[in-house]
Ligand binder design. Structure first.
Ligand SMILES: Cc1ncc(COP(=O)(O)O)c(C=O)c1O
Length: 477
């Protein structure tokens, strides 16, 4: 919460929230005049009309349950329904964080076991499951790095975090939020961190490096061990953005790449729902030296076998939220990991990488591939060959073929980028149908480029001015 907001909320005499109380005039709630509704007549309709209205709206939704959703950097894989069934069990759903500890031993055991499972998968020594999403995990990590340098008496001096130019936007934003200056290090022609450029940035003011593993270029950095070593030699710590862990399960333990801490997006890799801004869930994982700084609470086990939330951790960066993260998401992630098992996790990543490389190979027929080497969980293309139509046009035309477009114009370092992440949960038939659509668009672009330039043609709304829609949204009807 920002300081001005905190000040406002604690201002003496500030009216308490009383929305919906007819005895309290709306103006007493400090709601700005412009946001107050006029006497808006509510529609008078029967139940059937209401059902039809909402059913129709639900059918306009694009979702992984209805359609292929190859949104790069988002790992839109299928979320097995058994996860939801487990999270909906009365013992999971009808509990409250303020209940006596003895009455929620099962929930605490689940959190504890999930911490252990994620520690095994990632190779780290300790895990806290309180971050509410990936970027929240990043913030925890940056605050831990700061706390660790402060504990060494080095906090004042180490003010800078180095971040590769391919990074997800949350990385520099988070480092800045944690009070760090950000230095961007460029990628080389193979998509690796440019080691010569990195060396030039190293000095004794460097607090650490924040690096996505594998990178948002869909690549495994071939010099990752050397990168970590250079940062350590400069006295910095290496933070791994593990949002792309779906490429590494059971194949590489990220800690062995020289990372000191890392977050994992449970809502991507471990099939808890993703999208619409939440609820997400993230794990922040640390090596032994950094475990004392993990955010509170961490689930722990007493000698008598009982479980509790350990808050007695004097070096911790403190709490990130009121209670213990998004428990329902933790139940889903736990269910998935236990269901798939160690061998299954290995197969998940192998299939995710295989699927991405299959698309890379087939799409290279008509599209420029940004980096001519094996990719990991996603492939980044650099526009359609021939340039008759731009990436935005390809994406819009895909909607007419019933496919959610891939991520476009990201990573920023790739011109006309199309970032495609098929995940392991799609069949070869689905991948082939997607490639067929992409190649058909390429063929159309030669013959009749206007078709793509004016797409989509089959959706309820045609092409939007997306900048205007984002900046001046129309939020009423
Ligand atoms: C590489 C990378 N880092 C960080 C994030 C941020 O995660 P979240 O959206 O859960 O905050 C994402 C989001 O998908 C990502 O792809």
């Amino acid at each position: 919460m920002t300081e001005p907001l905190l000040r406002e909320l604690s201002r003496p005499g500030r009216p308490t929230l009383a929305i919906g109380r007819p005895d309290v005039p709306a103006t007493a709630l400090d709601i700005p005049e412009a946001l107050l509704r006029d006497n808006l007549p509510l529609p008078e309709v029967g139940e059937l009309e209401v059902v039809r209205h909402f059913t129709r709206l639900s059918q306009l939704n694009f979702s992984i349950d209805t359609t292929f959703y190859p949104l790069g950097s988002c790992t839109m894989k299928y979320n097995p329904k058994v996860n939801d069934a487990m999270a909906a069990l009365p013992g999971m759903r009808n509990i409250h964080p303020l209940q006596p500890e003895a009455s929620v031993q099962g929930a605490l055991q689940l959190i504890h076991e999930l911490q252990d499972l994620l520690a095994k998968i990632t190779g780290f020594d300790g895990v806290s499951l309180t971050p509410a999403a990936g970027a929240h995990g990043e913030l925890a990590g940056m605050l831990m790095i700061r706390a660790a340098h402060e504990a060494n008496g080095d906090g004042e001096r180490r003010r800078r975090v180095i971040i590769p130019d391919s990074a997800h936007g949350t990385n520099p934003a988070t480092a800045a939020m944690a009070g760090y200056q950000v230095s961007s290090v460029r990628s080389d022609a193979r998509g690796n961190v440019d080691l010569a450029a990195l060396r030039k940035l190293l000095d004794d003011d460097v607090a650490g490096l924040m690096i996505t593993v594998p990178s948002t270029l869909g690549l495994f950095d071939e010099a990752m061990l050397e990168v970590s070593q250079l940062i350590h030699e400069a006295g910095g710590l290496v933070y791994g953005d593990g949002a792309n862990l779906n490429a590494l399960l059971g194949i590489v333990r990220p800690r062995e790449l020289g990372l000191d801490l890392m977050h994992s997006n449970l809502h991507k890799t471990f099939t808890t729902p993703h999208g619409g801004g939440g609820p997400g869930a993230s794990a922040i994982c640390a090596t032994e030296a950094l475990v004392p700084f993990l955010p509170l609470p961490v689930a722990a086990r007493r000698f008598d076998g009982s479980f509790y939330l350990d808050e007695d951790r004097p070096q911790s960066i403190g709490r990130l939220g009121s209670f213990q993260g998004h428990f329902g998401m933790l139940v889903r992630a736990y269910t998935y990991i236990r269901m798939v098992g160690a061998d299954g996790l290995h197969e998940v990543s192998e299939a995710a990488v295989l699927n991405a490389n299959y698309l890379r190979q087939r799409l290279s027929e008509a599209f420029n591939v940004a980096y001519d080497r094996a990719c990991m969980h996603e492939v980044v293309l650099s526009g359609l060959r021939g340039n008759q139509v731009r990436t935005i046009d390809v994406a819009k035309r895909l909607l007419d073929y019933g496919v959610h477009p891939p991520t476009i114009y990201f990573p920023l370092v790739v011109p006309e980028a199309l970032m495609i992440e098929p995940t392991e949960t799609e069949t070869k038939a689905t991948l082939d149908a997607f490639v067929d659509a992409m190649l058909a668009i390429a063929e159309e672009a030669e013959r009749d480029p206007e078709l793509a330039r004016s797409a989509p043609h089959t959706t309820p709304i045609g092409r939007l001015d997306e900048t205007a829609a984002a900046r001046n949204p129309v939020l009423h009807w």
